[in-house]
Design a protein around this ligand. Structure first.
Ligand code: GLU
Length: 441
C-alpha cells in the first residue's frame, strides 16, 4: 500500500486492504464515500482531470471529530460523537448541513461534503462544500436534551466555523429550531448576534422566506423543466415519493397541486400504494394526527423500501441514501428517477438503470434548491436587507434553470448520463479555480 502518493486519493488501495489498515484515504472508509468516489471518478475520467487536481478534490481538506458530554434529563451524562468535514476551501466559505442520526460517521460526512462542493459549484454559488452531524438517535432524545446536544456540538466546532469560513444549515433531523439554538450559541460566544453563521433559521432571527420549502420546490422546478423538454405534462403523471419529511412532503403537495397522481408514498413506518392515486390531504391529515403513515386506512400497505418498486412514471427517493441498489434495481418500475435525497442510488444500480433506459436526475441538481435559498439567506443577512417570497422563488427557479441548461449542454456534448454530466460541469469549475490559485506557497 502506498503511504504518501495519492493519485486517485489512495482509495483503490484502501478498499483492497484489510479494514484495520491505515493508509491514504482510510479516514473516510464508508459505503457512502465509496459511492461518492465512484461517481467522481467517472466524471473526472470524462474530463481527463489531471491527477494533481483529482487527488485534491477526492479528499476533504479538513475534518474535526468531537466527543462531548451531554447531561440527559435523568441526570446521567452521555458522551456523543460529532463531526464537521470541510471539503473544499477553493471557492469561498464552506457550506453544508448538520444531521443527527444513528449512522452518522466521518466517512458519511466526507461523502456528503464532497457532494455539497459539487452542488454549490453546479449552481454557481460562491461556496465550497461541508457537512457535519452528531451520531445519536434523535427520536430518543427529549427537546431539552436535543437543545443541550446542539448547543454543545455548536461550541465544540466553534473554532472551525464562521460566517466567512463555514456556514452550517439543516439536514436530516435538524431544522429551524436547531438553527436558532446554533445561532444563539455562536452569538453568545462572540458577544453579539451573528445571524449569518447558519442558514435555515426562523424568519424572525434572520431567516429567509421560502427556505423551509426550497429543497422540495427545487425538485419540482427541475422535474417540470425536464418534463417540458420531453413534452410531457405534469397533469396525470404517476409519481411515487419515498419519504414524507421536509423534502418529500413538499414534493407530494406541490406535484399534487399541479395535477400529478401520487400513486405511492412512504415514511419510516412503511409505504402506501394506490394506482388510482392517493388523496394527499387525507395522507397529511393522518400523519399529523398519528405521527406516522402506519395504519392509513386506504391503499395497499408495503414496506418503506418496497414502495420504490411501485409502478409509476416518476420515482422520487426523498428519504435517505443507499435506497436503489443492486438488490432492488431490476424491480424498479418507472421511466425517470429524480433524486431528492442525497446519494439514494448506488453506482451498481446506476449502471442497470442506464441499461434499462431509465434516466436519473441526480441529487446535486435535483435537490440543490435548498442550498441555493440558503445562499440567498446568507446574502440577505450580510446585506441586512430582506427580499420577499416572490423574489426568492423567481430567483430560485432561474438559478436552477441555468444549472439544468449547463447539464443538458454537457450531456449532449459528452453523450453521458445526467449524473456524470452534472458532476463534470461542477468539477470543471472547481478544478479551474484550483488551477488558477495554484499551490501555496
Ligand atoms: N443539507 C442541505 C443539502 O444537502 C442544504 C445545505 C445548506 O443549505 O447549506 O443540500
Amino acid at each position: 500500500m502506498k503511504t504518501e502518493r495519492r493519485g486517485d486519493g489512495g482509495w483503490a488501495d484502501v478498499m483492497a486492504s484489510e479494514p484495520y489498515m491505515v493508509g491514504p484515504g482510510s479516514e473516510w472508509r464508508s459505503e457512502l464515500y465509496r459511492v461518492a468516489v465512484d461517481q467522481f471518478t467517472r466524471a473526472a475520467d470524462l474530463l481527463g482531470l489531471e491527477p494533481e487536481v483529482r487527488a485534491r478534490l477526492l479528499e476533504p481538506r479538513r475534518a474535526l471529530v468531537v466527543n462531548f458530554p451531554v447531561r440527559r434529563d435523568s441526570g446521567e451524562v452521555e458522551i456523543f460523537t460529532g463531526y464537521r468535514v470541510q471539503h473544499t476551501l477553493t471557492m469561498g466559505p464552506m457550506k453544508g448541513g448538520v444531521r443527527y442520526g444513528p449512522g452518522v460517521s466521518m466517512g458519511e460526512c466526507a461523502a456528503l461534503a464532497m457532494w455539497m462542493t459539487l452542488k454549490c459549484s453546479l449552481l454557481g454559488l460562491p461556496f465550497g462544500g461541508a457537512k457535519g452531524g452528531v451520531r445519536c438517535d434523535p427520536n430518543r432524545l427529549s427537546v431539552a436534551e436535543l437543545e443541550r446536544l446542539t448547543r454543545r456540538y455548536a461550541s465544540e466546532i466553534f473554532p472551525i466555523i464562521g460566517p466567512d469560513s463555514d456556514i452550517p444549515a439543516p439536514d436530516m433531523a435538524t431544522g429551524e429550531r436547531e438553527m436558532a439554538w446554533f445561532m444563539d450559541t455562536y452569538s453568545q460566544q462572540v458577544g453579539h448576534p451573528v445571524p449569518e453563521i447558519v442558514t435555515g433559521k426562523p424568519l424572525v432571527l434572520g431567516g429567509t422566506e421560502g427556505r423551509d420549502v426550497a429543497t422540495g420546490l427545487g425538485v419540482v422546478f427541475v422535474l417540470e423543466d425536464v418534463l417540458r423538454s420531453l413534452r410531457r405534462p405534469v397533469e396525470g403523471l404517476r409519481v411515487v415519493v419515498q419519504g414524507l419529511g421536509n423534502v418529500g412532503a413538499v414534493v407530494v403537495r406541490e406535484l399534487a397541486a399541479r395535477g400529478a397522481r401520487i400513486v405511492g408514498v412512504s415514511d419510516v413506518s412503511g409505504g402506501v400504494v394506490d394506482p388510482d392515486g392517493l388523496d394527499v390531504d387525507a395522507v397529511f391529515t393522518w400523519v399529523a394526527e398519528h405521527d406516522f403513515l402506519r395504519g392509513f386506512p386506504r391503499g395497499e400497505h408495503v414496506d418503506r423500501t418496497a414502495v420504490l418498486e411501485a409502478s409509476c412514471d416518476v420515482l422520487v427517493p426523498a428519504a435517505v441514501e443507499h435506497q436503489i441498489t443492486a438488490e432492488n434495481v431490476e424491480a424498479i418500475d418507472c421511466e425517470l428517477v429524480v433524486e431528492a435525497a442525497n446519494g439514494p442510488t448506488t453506482p451498481e444500480a446506476d449502471l442497470v438503470l442506464a441499461r434499462r433506459g431509465i434516466d436519473v436526475v441526480p441529487d446535486v441538481l435535483a435537490n440543490a434548491g435548498g442550498v441555493t435559498v440558503s445562499y440567498f439567506e446568507w446574502v440577505q443577512d450580510q446585506q441586512k436587507y430582506s427580499w420577499n417570497g416572490e423574489e426568492i422563488v423567481a430567483r430560485l427557479r432561474l438559478q436552477l434553470q441555468e444549472a439544468l441548461a449547463r447539464v443538458v449542454e454537457a450531456r449532449a456534448r459528452h453523450g453521458v448520463d445526467w449524473r456524470t454530466a452534472a458532476q463534470s460541469v461542477a468539477i470543471e469549475r472547481v478544478a479551474e479555480a484550483s488551477r488558477l490559485r495554484t499551490i501555496y506557497p
